[in-house]
Each structure stands twice: as structure tokens, then as C-alpha cells.
Design a protein around this ligand. Structure first.
Ligand code: TXA
Ligand code: MG
Length: 334
């Protein structure tokens, strides 16, 4: 594995590697992706192998321009109104943390989509990702660059620690600003269905679409592995409790508390002094965008420090808070 700075020369080197079927980890605004040429079945097979990912879990194809969508997806198959809705979403939210599930074109290998008739497509906002995709074949399949089931990486070092020589190159683009994965929206059903809450909030989608259904794990069986109840988990045991309930918990002596904001941490210190060995705060002033950006960062750091038990409280279920609560739930012990 070689770590690369995102110079133009290095991006050309990485793009050539992608064309040759190699694996290149790349920064996006959400999390680091493990990239492979989306049209090369052998490269795609290596992605599954490197991540230890089951073949029934399809990949997201990343493009660098809206026009490139038509190479992988067949918008006409959605009908006129459906295609117009898809175009409006791309216009409004791309580049950005929104993945669209669309009818797939035959050119996309079955490995990328787990033989589904649909394909997941996203145009990332990160300039390094876009330049790299542009210099490669224009379509890069990239799941989050973590072993299956583990926390997604938000820094190049996380990728190096987790995947090491299973990846050929890692392009270091610094820390990922959004910090949680993209929102996955299925446009092959009507009304559109959010399969995974993520970096684009539901209210912003609803402002454009009117009604949006949200996948509900209590009533529906999982359609995408991102919906599996256990995923995105740290090595430490994570217990999830309602907001404000941390003072009432029964933690191990060395457990760490993960509070939403300073106010909650202050209440915990006042109501249950010494209950936790350490108290961490996701966002001092209670901002959900900041909490999302900090979530995986904190969990990676806690795992690296060898902590074995983390107690987290739920954050407000609004804006990016939905994605934070979803990841906390999936990371938690049920
Ligand atoms: O922010 C992100 O989305 C990051 C960055 C690298 O772009 N990628 C990411 O990929 O999170 P991954 O593979 O970890 O998650 C992709 C999710 C999975 O839950 C997968 O099941 C779902 O998208 N998915 C992919 N193709 C699908 C399809 N055709 N139908 C339904 N769900 C699909
Ligand atoms: Mg993932």
C-alpha cells in the first residue's frame, strides 16, 4: 500500500491504477471509499475480498458529472415523471451526500449491484474524489473503506489501519467534513424510499419531493445491508440510551460516556458524579452537523485507546441527528 498526497500527478497515478484494476481508497465529503473501476468485474471482486463483504451487499457507483449517470443507469425506465424527479434531485443535491437507486444498465457488472436490477449512483462533492473519478474511467464503485460491519473511516490513517496492504493506494485528502455516509434514496419505488438516513437530511429531501417514506426496521425486513441492525460497530461494546438517561446507567468502572452536548455533560456530572471514567461531548453547543462529523472520529479514537465500554445517549432526531441515531443504534449492543 502507498499513501499519496492529492497532487495532480499523484491523482493521475491513482487513476491509472484504477484503470489497471487496482484498488484505490479515496476521500469523499462523507467517508473514505474503497474505489475500483465500476466496469471491471475483477477489480470489483477484489473490493469484496478486501472488505470481507458479502456478495449480496451492492456497491455505490461514483461519477464525476451528472451526464455520466446515463452510462450506468437507465432513467427512461422510471417513466417521464420518475425521470424528471431523478433529474431534479441531481440538480438540487449533487454534488453531495445523496445516493440514488436507479434502474441499472446492462453494462454495469452484476458484481457491482449484487445482480439487482437497480444501481446505486452518487456524485460526491469532494474535489479530490471528483478529479480522480474524472481521470479514471468516469465510474468508480466505492463502498466505505472499512472491513464489513466496522466503523467507516473518516481519515486516511483509519483506512491504512483497517485495510493495510489489501488496498494498493490511499489518497490522503484529510478529514471527511460530513463524517457520516450518504443518504440512500430508492427511486425505483413510488413514493421514493429512504433506505439509509445520512449526510443529506430528510427535511431537505421532503422540501423537494413532498412525501418521502423512510425504511422502518421495526416493520420491514432489510432490503439493503446498510439496513441490517448491526453495522458500523466499534470494537468496544456500545450501549445506547435515551437522551438525558446517562446518569441512570450502570456502567463498568472504566466506561466512557458520549454526551450530545455540554449541557447534557454538565447534568451528568451534577447528577451522577464519578459514574463514568471519562465524559466526551459530540458537539459542545448542540449542533447536529458537528455531532455527525465527530461521531466516527470519536469512536475510532476510543477504539484506538483500548476502551471496552461506551455509553452513548441519543441525539435529537432532526436534521443529521437521524443519521447519527441510526449509526449509534447499529453500532450498539441489542
Ligand atoms: O457516503 C457514502 O455513501 C460512502 C462513500 C464512500 O460514498 N459509501 C458507502 O458505501 O457508504 P457502502 O457500500 O458502505 O454503503 C452503500 C449502501 C449499502 O447499504 C448498500 O446495501 C446500499 O448502499 N445499496 C447499494 N446499491 C443498492 C441497490 N441497488 N439497492 C439498494 N441498496 C443499495
Ligand atoms: Mg459501509
Amino acid at each position: 500500500m502507498r499513501m499519496l498526497d492529492p497532487s495532480e500527478e499523484n491523482l493521475r497515478l491513482a487513476a491509472d491504477a484504477l484503470r489497471e484494476g487496482k484498488l484505490v481508497a479515496l476521500p469523499t465529503e462523507t467517508v473514505y471509499g474503497l474505489g475500483a473501476d465500476a466496469f471491471n468485474p475483477r477489480a470489483l471482486a477484489r473490493v469484496f475480498e478486501a472488505k470481507n463483504r458479502p456478495h449480496f451487499d451492492p456497491l455505490i457507483v461514483h461519477v464525476a458529472a451528472v451526464e455520466a449517470v446515463d452510462r450506468v443507469a437507465d432513467l427512461a425506465a422510471l417513466g417521464n415523471a420518475g425521470a424528471a424527479r431523478a433529474r431534479a434531485l441531481m440538480q438540487a443535491f449533487w454534488p453531495g451526500p445523496l445516493t440514488l437507486i436507479l434502474p441499472k444498465r446492462a453494462e454495469v457488472p452484476d458484481l457491482a449491484t449484487s445482480a439487482l436490477p437497480s444501481v446505486a449512483v452518487r456524485l460526491p462533492a469532494h474535489p479530490v474524489a471528483r478529479r480522480l473519478i474524472e481521470l479514471s474511467t468516469g465510474a468508480v464503485a466505492a463502498p466505505s473503506a472499512n472491513p464489513f460491519g466496522y466503523l467507516s473511516p473518516t481519515r486516511a490513517a483509519h483506512v491504512a489501519d483497517q485495510l493495510g496492504d489489501r488496498v494498493d493506494f490511499i489518497v490522503d485528502g484529510g478529514r471527511c467534513p460530513v463524517g457520516v455516509e450518504s443518504t440512500v434514496l430508492d427511486l425505483t419505488v413510488d413514493p421514493p424510499l429512504v433506505l439509509r438516513p445520512g449526510g443529506l437530511s430528510l427535511d431537505r429531501l421532503e422540501a423537494l419531493l413532498g412525501t418521502v417514506e423512510v425504511f422502518d426496521r421495526s416493520t420491514t425486513s432489510p432490503k439493503a445491508p446498510g439496513q441490517l441492525p448491526s453495522h458500523y460497530a466499534p470494537r468496544a461494546r456500545l450501549k445506547l440510551v435515551p437522551a438525558g438517561a446517562l446518569p441512570l446507567c450502570d456502567p463498568a468502572p472504566d466506561a466512557v460516556a458520549l454526551c450530545f452536548d455540554d449541557a447534557s455533560a454538565a447534568r451528568l456530572r451534577a447528577e451522577a458524579p464519578g459514574l463514568f471514567a471519562r465524559i466526551l461531548v459530540l458537539s459542545p453547543s448542540g449542533e447536529l452537523v458537528e455531532a455527525a462529523a465527530e461521531l466516527f472520529e470519536r469512536l475510532h479514537a476510543l477504539d484506538a485507546s483500548g476502551v471496552t465500554e461506551i455509553w452513548a445517549e441519543r441525539v435529537p432526531d432532526a436534521g443529521l441527528g437521524r443519521a447519527v441515531n441510526d449509526r449509534l443504534y447499529k453500532a450498539s449492543e441489542k
